[in-house]
Design a protein around this ligand. Structure first.
Ligand code: SF4
Ligand code: SF4
Length: 96
């Protein structure tokens, strides 16, 4: 099953506050921009007019934690700040 098919099986109860934020000033010197390829939910988009070229949207995040590895915990990057969504908000998996 493809990631796209998997994403058709999940739902979101989107919170008002983003649980992940991106400090675009850290993206300016990030040449490879792995977020554009490694986020399975495609929450990172390239927009040339934005500082660092990155537009981030949290709404369809599946809370996989990958961006903690390839950005937040990478000493050469560190633009991403990660928390869990408030009050049970966020992605909802149907495990049935
Ligand atoms: S990997 Fe992190 S630092 Fe690099 S462009 Fe993406 S969000 Fe910015
Ligand atoms: S936690 Fe996963 S799905 Fe959410 S923004 Fe990070 S890489 Fe994308």
């Amino acid at each position: 099953m493809s990631v796209e098919k998997d994403l058709e099986t999940v739902e979101w109860d989107v919170g008002e506050e983003g649980h992940i934020t991106v400090d675009n000033s850290e993206c300016v010197d990030c040449e490879e921009k792995p977020c554009l390829h490694l986020c399975p939910a495609q929450c990172f988009d390239y927009q040339e007019e934005r500082e660092g070229g990155i537009y981030f949207s949290y709404e369809h995040c599946i809370e996989c934690g990958s961006c903690m590895v390839f950005c937040a915990n990478d000493p050469d990057r560190g633009a991403v700040s990660w928390t869990k969504p408030d009050g049970g908000k966020g992605v909802e998996y149907d495990l049935g």
